[in-house]
Each structure stands twice: as C-alpha cells, then as structure tokens.
Design a protein around this ligand. Structure first.
Ligand code: ADP
Ligand code: ZN
Ligand code: ZN
Length: 838
C-alpha cells in the first residue's frame, strides 16, 4: 500500500485513526472522521480536509485533533480529501481558536470562519474559471480524461461551481480533480459573491534553453549578430539583469519584458529575436504587492525617547506586557520602529495592530519606508486574494512583520516575539458582529502568551482596562510626556455657547472665539480641523406645531436628514425615504431640522468663511476604496483649508500645518448614556486636539460647550489623565463597573416585542441559578429598542473579575443556552452573547 506521494506504508499496524475536524457550522464541537490509510502518514493538526457533512453538504474543515477513539454516537465517515501537503494552520492557532471560543462564548467553527480568508475555505459554493495563462499558452502537463471534460465545460460556460464539477463527473467530490487542475495551473478557484479573481499578470521573456545549456551556442549567436547591434544590445541587457552564465537556473524565471522595453531598446528587434526563437515569451502571475526596496533606517531617537525605550526593555525583564502612555506627537511610532527592528533581527515575528482607519494612511507609509516588502499589510478593504497572499507570505516567511487590522491576530504566525497594539484604547478593536465578538487587544495578549512573546500597548489616552492593569503592576508602565522636536502641546480654550448666545455673538452655531481662531489660521495660510461626531445634515426633522419627529419604519431612531441626495436616512438599517414637505400628524408646513451634522457644519462654515476651501470627511465621503486616502492627500497637499469630520479625523493624522482644532459640540460626547462616556469624551477630545500644533507652530483647540465648567473639561485642559482616571474610578467602584468587574451582555432579539422580553426574563431566571457570585441587571429595552424590525432586550451580568466566577458562569451559560434553544417557545429568539462589551 502507498501513501498519497507513492511512499510505501506499513500494512501491519491496523488501528484506525480518527481526525476531529473543525467545520464552519454553528455547532459547539468538532466532528470526528475516519482517516483513510493513505492519508495517515501525512495528515496532522491544521491540515485542510474535505468532508461530507450530513447527507448533502461537502465542506472544507481544519483538522483540530488526531486520535484513536472512535466516536460513540455515530459511525465515523471517512475524510474525502486532503487539500494540501502541509498544514495551513499551526497547533498554536488551534489552541488560540479554542481559547477564543471559550472566552467569548461562541463556537469554534465561528472562530474558524473569522480566522480564515474565504479563499481558503473551499466549499460547494466555490467556483472555478480557466487560468488565463493556460488559455493563452496552453500547458506542458498531460491532461487526463476527466480533467479534459472539466476544461471543456469551462471553455463553454466560463465558470463552474465545485458542486457542478461533481455532477458533471458523477462524483461525490471532484476535489482531487480540481486540485490537480489547480496544481497544473490550468484553472483558478474563487469565491462566489466576491469579485472574480483577476490575477495580476506580467509578460516575461527568457533565453531559449539551447543558449543557456550550451555556452558555444551563445558565442556563435553573438558572432552571428555582430552586424545587428540592436539585437546584440538586447541580449547584453538581458544578460546584465539575468546573468545566466553564473547560474543557469535563473534563466527560467526570465525578466519582466517591460523592464527591457522601457530601457529604450528597439521593440522591433526584440520581436525579431522572439520570432527567431532566441528569446521566448511567457506570462507569470505575480504578486499584487509591489517590490519595494527596504530603506535601511536612519531614525535616531531623541534622549527622552531613548530613555523610554530603555524603560520598556527593562520592564520586559519582568513583565510580558508594557503600556506606553505617550502624549500625542511624542513619537510612539519611532519607538515601535526600533523595537520591531530589534525583534526582527533576533529572528522572531512581529505583529503591529492598528485601528482600521489608521491603516490606510501615513503610518503605513512611514513603516513601508523602513521595512519595505519584508512587511505585510493586512487590511479589511483588501480583496480576499490579497489576504490569502499575506497568509501564505507569513507561512513562507516572506513577511516576518505584519501590520494589520484586528483580524490580523489570526494570521499563521509560529514564532511571534512582539505584538504592538497602537491606540490600544480604540473601540474599533472590538468586533461587534458576527461572533466571535472578540477584542483584538485582549486576544492579542492571549496570543502573545501562547507564543511567549512580548506585548506593547501604546496610547495617549489609555483604556481604563489597561491603565488599571498597569497600576496593579500586572503590566509595566512607561510614560512619554514630551512632544518630539520643538512641538508643544496645543493651548486649550473653552468657548461658552450660551454666553455667546446671550450677547448675540453666536453666528450659525459658531462662537466668536472659534470664528476668530479660524480666521487667524486662514490669514496665516494654516489649516483647521473641525470635529463633530455626527454625519448627515441634521439628526432630526421636527414639526414646530405638534413636535412630531420622523422615525425609521424599522428601528426606534429618528431619521437623519441628508442634504446631499435630499433624503432621510436611518443610520442603523440603511432605510431611506423622501424628505416630507408637511407634517403627517397635523398637516403643518413648519418642519424644521434640529441639531447639526457634518453636512450642516460644512454649509455654515462656507457661509462664514466664503474664501476658504472646505472639505468634509465622514462615512458618506469616504465610501470608495480610495476615498479616504484621496481626501487626506488633498488636505496634505494644502488644497483644503478647513476639514470638517467625524471621529475619522481624530485618528493618527500627523499634519504639520494644522494649528486650529474646533470641537463643535463637546457636550454631546459627555451625555451619552453609558458609564464610559466620560472616558470616551476624554479620549476623543484629547486625540482630536492632538492633531494641532505638531511642528513648530503652536496649536489652539477650541471646545464649544454649554457647560464649560464641567469638571471633565478641567481634566482635559490640564491633560492630567491620571487624576481624571482616579476620579472616574471612584464612581466605577461604587457602581461596580469595569475594569473592576467583568461584564457580559446578553441580548435577546425577536420580531415580537413580547417574545423578546419574555425570553430575556426567562433567561435571567435560569442564570440566577448559576452558583457564582453575580449581579444581573435587566432585562431592559436596548438603548435603541428596535433595529431592523427586531425588538431588543438586554441583560447585563457583572462578575467578580478575579477567581473562577467568569469561567464557571460561562460553562453554565452554555448549557442554559442549549436548553433554551430546545425550548419551543423561544426557538426563533436570537440570543447574542457579548463578553466584555465596549
Ligand atoms: P504619536 O504617534 O506619539 O502621536 P508620532 O509617532 O506620529 O507621534 O510622531 C510625531 C511626529 O514627530 C511625526 O511627524 C514623526 O515623524 C516625528 N518624530 C517622532 N520621533 C522622531 C524621531 N526620533 N526622529 C525624527 N522624527 C520623529
Ligand atoms: Zn405636526
Ligand atoms: Zn432603521
């Protein structure tokens, strides 16, 4: 008997072995399959396999465990296929997935779904197309009969699903044939719904084999071409770039044809050389990622930065995790660069996590200049193909360093030495939907633990969670309190909206102080950022006579008026309708807009400063793949004087010419009904303020408020984070809030109000019986009681964060939910578990 690669296998041992396979289905366990003998010598944890699931489904799964125990409840079916000859996922990753499933109370299959780029999860929906290179120039490989049938079908039909291939060939699974076609580069596989895979192709040329293997042939050729200098030049140029006389093998890869044609050679002569069989032309699928030269870094740290770096290293002697609390503009990135370099030099891998929006900007450009193409970039706006390329780049060792968004924690690292989480306080690190509802910072710390790697958390406004851990001495704490270079922190000014109103100084919702500072900046050709965390024109449309408000048909929220497009939109479900001209309740025509979104502010500013060039940055102006980048480039090039934006403008921007930052309605941040509103307001205001005065010129920050005496503004103005933290923590202690306790939020959703409520109540009763100390609040109607026609009720569970309460509670919770799922009355209710909600 032989294995898949034709090596003999010993027939004598006859104990069957089994594989537990993780499948992309919402079921909390793995499924056991029998391993066919010929797979035995190869298969292991992390291999992709094709299995039959139920009677009809064919799925790709990942081997999670190999053992010899047959399943008790069912007969194990055999694995149908082994997809690769090496694991795609390593054992550390499998451990990591299990941890996430346990900690965030979700299914391992859901974790796998989040972890693998969809191109790696071939399923019956995956599709095939002919490989364009094969279509153009054929192939040297032999084609067997069944492969021919598939190729012929593709020729006429353009594409086929995996399932269709099976049907055509009358096979349960055609995967081995598809695999062989892929290996021979005759077909490409892509996912339905995703854009069709358009490989990037390069036309290349190489010398015909004859001239490479036989030196005298090449010499004879040169002799013959003496009278044809143009052709001779081309061959010489080729040999310069591809010195085949030193190493024959490099001829096979040849040279990008463009490189030759762009170097000024005669295109006609090249054509002749190809026609005469001296060169041959071929195509190659190349990487989407450009080949960037690495630029050996010349960055030198300032003395304070140097000192901070030493403190970090010192702290690592005892602690796994260090929090770097460095004010805006202190140069945290420079410290990251130094650390990344050191860890890379030691041979380990590095992961740098960034909030989504920061990843398209300056930060990546700065890092690219230093690390070139040794650095992989993992972005959520990437196509699936690009993500698969990064995944494979990590396995092959091409990317020793990856900078990426939260899902980059799932890349197949095997020897991480350092994980850096920049702007660690960012809430966008938490995934809200679908499960796993994980927090990238917290999972990264777990990942680091599995790798025995270090973690650096960086922020100017740390999350209370991290600061608490640092003060508890669980993490090291390093502070950087000086801006880099000449730059000073900006001056803060409170602008009293009500006082201005009384004195008739308020114009178009803009205080005199803000107007003056903007005008000053404009006069000096400096730039201005205006922050308002609300997009659209106005959050309400309201009847002045009967106070009717236009609400969404499907959600419990008012519709936002968008001037652009003249429509009313729901920001929760996307519902749109025309702007009403009269009140449907009383018929009055006195409809007014209330409140101000970014559109309205843009309009106001245009009236106040008609000479200024104004742009707006929010979700509506940055939807396209490059929308955000284009706006930033425009701003950076000085084509915009005033940029109005939502929290998008608060993240990581580093522009030297910004001297004024205005916050239109700071109070809105404060009065959001959440125990974290103070913390968030502090963070957002400090972050946006930090965009001002980052070089020589001093910045000014104007905070418009109706309550300028609110103590939180005093803390922000003085920049005293520690003091603010201590004050707020008093309250959190009193009312049992994180980080002092652990929160789990459970939401019940149903299209009937009553069902959603009763389900939550019933669940609460079951949870009360769990034998750990806890507080359960609710059920309460969600902050928004209905979204997309689903009524929402919430339970909040508070647990003692130390000790065994959380794991015991979660263990029981699992059983309770299984019980509920089986109860007829609540079958159609969705329960959503959010551990550590933010
Ligand atoms: P932070 O992320 O802490 O807000 P940055 O890393 O963006 O700060 O640094 C602020 C500015 O100072 C950037 O323009 C950066 O290029 C510059 N800078 C910081 N450290 C150095 C250094 N050691 N050498 C040269 N420029 C530096
Ligand atoms: Zn009315
Ligand atoms: Zn809606």
């Amino acid at each position: 008997m032989e294995d898949l690669f034709g090596n003999p296998i010993d027939d004598k041992t006859s104990i069957p072995i089994f594989a537990d396979v993780i499948l992309p289905v919402p079921i909390p366990w793995m499924f056991t399959y029998m391993v066919p003998r010929e797979m035995e010598p190869i298969i292991g944890i992390g291999f992709r396999v094709i299995v039959q699931f139920g009677t009809r489904k064919i799925l790709t799964g990942i081997v999670g465990k190999i053992h010899q125990k047959p399943p008790k409840e069912y007969d194990a079916k055999p694995l149908l296929e082994l997809l690769d000859n090496q694991p795609m996922v390593n054992p550390l990753q499998i451990k990591f997935w299990h941890w996430i499933a346990d900690y965030y109370c979700c299914h391992i299959g859901e974790v796998m779904n989040a972890a693998l780029p969809s191109g790696m999860k071939l399923n019956s929906e995956s599709r095939l197309q002919l490989n364009p290179t094969f279509q153009d120039s054929g192939s040297d490989y032999p084609i067997d009969e069944r492969e021919k049938i598939i190729l012929d079908h593709l020729e006429t039909e353009g594409e086929l699903t995996f399932e269709a291939c099976g049907k055509i060939l009358e096979l349960k699974s055609a995967h081995h044939i598809i695999k062989s076609l892929v290996a021979k580069e005759m077909v490409l596989v892509y996912e339905q719904l995703k854009e069709k895979f358009t490989p990037k192709i390069e036309n290349r040329i190489r010398l015909s084999a004859l001239f490479v293997s036989d030196k005298s042939a090449l010499e004879a050729l040169f002799a013959k071409l003496e009278s044809k200098p143009k052709q001779e030049e081309i061959i010489l140029k080729y040999l310069q770039q591809v010195p085949v006389y030193k190493d024959e093998k490099i001829n096979h890869e040849g040279l990008d044809k463009k490189l030759l044609t762009e170097s000024g050679i005669s295109v006609n002569s090249l054509r002749t050389l190809i026609k005469n069989g001296i060169f041959e032309e071929f195509t190659k699928i190349i990487s989407r990622f450009e080949n960037l030269p690495t630029n050996p870094d010349t960055l030198s740290l300032s003395p304070v930065q140097e000192e901070a770096l030493n403190q970090i290293k010192e702290a690592y002697k005892e602690k796994q995790t260090v929090l770097l609390h460095g004010i805006t503009g202190s140069g945290k990135t420079s410290l990251y660069i130094k650390l990344v370099q050191e860890v890379m030099d030691s041979g380990s891998q590095v992961l740098l996590l960034l909030p989504e929006i920061a990843l398209t900007t300056q930060m990546v450009n700065r890092l690219t200049k230093v690390f070139g193409n040794k650095m992989g970039v993992f972005h959520s706006k990437y196509s699936d193909n690009e993500r698969v390329e990064v995944w494979q780049g990590v396995i092959q060792g091409r990317f020793q360093f990856v900078v990426g968004v939260r899902s980059a924690v799932f890349l197949p690292f095997d020897s991480l030495g350092l994980i850096i989480i920049d702007e660690e306080h960012e809430t966008s690190y938490k995934q809200h939907d679908p499960a796993p509802r994980y927090h990238a910072r917290d999972t990264a710390i777990m990942l680091a633990y599995l790798h025995q790697s270090k973690v650096l958390l960086g922020s100017a406004t740390p999350s209370f969670e991290s600061y608490y851990n640092a003060r508890q001495k669980k993490y090291g704490l390093v502070e950087l309190n000086l801006r880099y270079g000449e730059a000073q922190l900006p001056h803060f000014h409170m602008a009293d909206i009500l006082a201005d109103k009384k004195k008739n100084l308020l114009k178009l919702d803009t205080t005199r102080l803000l107007r003056e500072k903007i005008q000053e900046a404009l006069n000096n050709q400096e730039q201005v950022l205006i922050f308002q965390n609300r997009r659209g024109y106005a959050p309400y449309i309201n009847c002045e006579d009967c106070s009717w408000v236009l609400e969404c048909d499907h959600c419990d929220v008012s519709l936002t008026y968008h001037q652009f497009g003249e429509e009313m939109r729901c920001h929760y479900c996307g519902f749109k309708q025309k702007v009403p001209t009269s009140c449907p309740a009383c018929g009055s025509n006195n409809l007014v807009t209330v409140g101000q979104g970014t559109e309205k502010i843009e309009e106001n500013l245009a009236m106040l400063f008609p000479e200024a060039r104004i742009a707006r940055m929010d979700l509506d102006t940055t939807r396209s793949k490059y929308g955000y980048q284009n706006l930033l480039e425009n701003f950076s090039a000085g084509n915009v004087d005033i940029l109005v934006g939502t929290q998008m403008i608060t993240k990581g921007l580093d522009f030297g010419n910004v001297t004024v930052v205005g916050i239109v309605d700071a109070d809105r941040l404060l009065y959001f009904p959440d125990f974290r509103s103070g913390e968030r307001a502090f963070q957002q205001i400090t972050q946006v303020a930090g965009r001002a005065g980052r070089r020589q010129k001093t910045g000014n920050v104007i905070i418009q408020s109706r309550k300028p005496d609110h103590p939180i503004y005093q803390s922000i103005l003085s920049g005293d984070y520690r003091n603010f933290y201590l004050q707020e923590m008093g309250e959190r202690q009193q009312f049992f809030y994180p980080p002092l306790v652990k929160n789990i939020k459970i939401t019940s959703k149903h299209k009937e109000f009553k069902t959603a409520e009763t389900a939550a109540l019933h669940l609460k009763n079951l949870l009360q019986a769990i034998p750990v100390k806890k507080i359960i609040l609710g059920p309460e109607k969600g902050l928004i009681g209905k979204i997309k026609n689903q009524y929402i009720f919430e339970l909040l569970i508070k647990l003692d964060k130390n000790g065994q309460a959380p794991p015991i509670f979660k263990e029981h919770l699992k059983l309770v939910l299984e019980e509920l799922a089986a109860a007829k009355a609540f079958k159609s209710v969705r329960f959503i578990i959010d551990v550590d909600p933010v």
